[in-house]
Design a protein around this ligand. Structure first.
Ligand SMILES: [Zn+2]
Length: 126
């Protein structure tokens, strides 16, 4: 079974070596290249969730809901990426969840204060 040079088309010798241009046949490397190509991509959702969690800290938790959703998707899909980004996803969930809890506490306190204020104002006016 004769093989031909990929560069000049000359017939290769038994060792897969082209005597015309000196190119060594690379057919033996094809399988290795395919395994590199099919390697899992990086987990975009986990990374995005973590980045948003950091942004949320700067934005006083404003984007933490989106960040939490992204992190959860990142964690769920982490197995598809050979567990890639699992740590980032968990970190993102923790940071975003904490920010949401803090926001709820502040909102509740603010609401309580508003109700208390309206009551005290009410007593003042009636
Ligand atoms: Zn050649």
């Amino acid at each position: 079974m004769a093989k031909f040079c990929t560069k000049c088309g000359n017939e290769l010798n038994e060792d897969g070596f082209c005597e015309k241009c000196g190119t060594k046949s690379e057919t033996s490397n094809v399988q290795i290249n395919q395994t590199i190509i099919t390697k899992p991509k990086s987990n975009g959702f986990a990374t995005a969730g973590f980045v948003i969690s950091l942004v949320s800290i700067l934005c006083c938790g404003g984007t933490s809901t989106i960040g939490l959703v992204f992190s959860i998707i990142g964690l769920v899909t982490a197995n598809k990426y050979d567990g890639n980004g699992k740590g980032l996803a968990i970190a993102g969930i923790i940071i975003n969840a904490l920010l949401i809890i803090v926001l709820i506490i502040f909102y509740s306190l603010g609401l309580a204060t508003t109700i208390f204020d309206s009551y005290s104002n009410g007593y003042r006016y009636y």
